[in-house]
Write a protein that binds this ligand. Structure first.
Ligand code: PGA
Length: 243
């Protein structure tokens, strides 16, 4: 049986209190057939969770330690306490700009799971790796090294060259990557690996969402720019509901 679709928005470093109205618009229009979450800047999590208590609010990063002298960081228990139920780890912007390697990502994912947060673990290749024909080998190795011992909620395949660029891989390439990732999840977790949702991320828009969701082993999407407004995000959610 196919997995229920999950559409997660990633607001990145966008949004202030004025954005709460948009979050309410999105949360109040989610169809019952699909799971939806919004991963917000840490400053908005508590306000959003109060505004839409039955909707999944998430974070975009978490520290690997349970607390301590880590100026500027936020631990999993604090996110949970603020009202987050889900967290992104290993986004390529964290891996690249904050030098987070697979071992760091793995420990962040494990810490989030211990605190009761659902985890969206991101992997993806550069354009150079894709052009060299090494995308599947590279991304599956990244997944193997980033996976915590217990199953995560979702793995997001996000080609770095597709993020924020308007370009996406061919549907065949998405399907081949997701099949390979599914194989690695089953190798790691046995049958349970089938129920880890595989999201595609990178320039998902209303115009391409239905085609992406029709690809085998695509169980949803991680959406950046198009998650910022209800008018862009809800058609993507609707496409997932109808897939
Ligand atoms: P994008 O971002 O949808 O704006 O390409 C996706 C992401 O970085 O998660």
């Amino acid at each position: 049986m196919p997995n229920r679709k999950l559409v997660a928005g990633n607001w990145k470093m966008h949004g202030t209190a004025a954005g709460i109205a948009e979050i309410v618009r999105i949360a109040s229009a989610v169809p019952p057939e699909v799971d939806v979450a919004l991963c917000l800047p840490a400053t908005l999590i508590e306000r959003a969770a109060r505004a839409v208590p039955s909707f999944a609010i998430g974070a975009q990063d978490v520290h690997s330690e349970a607390g301590g002298a880590f100026t500027g960081d936020v631990c999993a228990a604090q996110l949970h306490d603020a009202g987050a139920s889900i967290v992104i780890v290993g986004h390529s912007e964290r891996r690249d700009l904050h030098r987070e390697d697979d071992a760091v990502v793995r420990s962040k994912a494990a810490a989030a799971l211990v605190a009761g947060l659902r985890v969206i673990l991101c992997v993806g290749e550069t354009l150079e790796v894709r052009d060299a024909g090494e995308a599947i080998a590279t991304v599956t190795a990244q997944l193997d090294a980033s996976l915590p011992p217990a199953p995560v909620e979702a793995v997001a395949y996000e080609p770095i060259w597709a993020i924020g660029t308007g370009r996406i891989p061919s549907l065949e390439d998405i399907g081949a990557m997701h099949a390979a990732l599914r194989g690695r999840l089953v190798a790691a977790h046995g049958d349970r690996g089938h129920s880890v949702r595989l999201l595609y991320g990178g320039s998902v828009k209303p115009a391409n969402a239905a085609a992406i969701f029709a690809v085998s082993d695509v169980d949803g999407a991680l959406v950046g720019g198009a998650s910022l407004t209800a008018s862009d995000f809800l058609p993507i959610v609707e496409a997932a509901a109808q897939a």
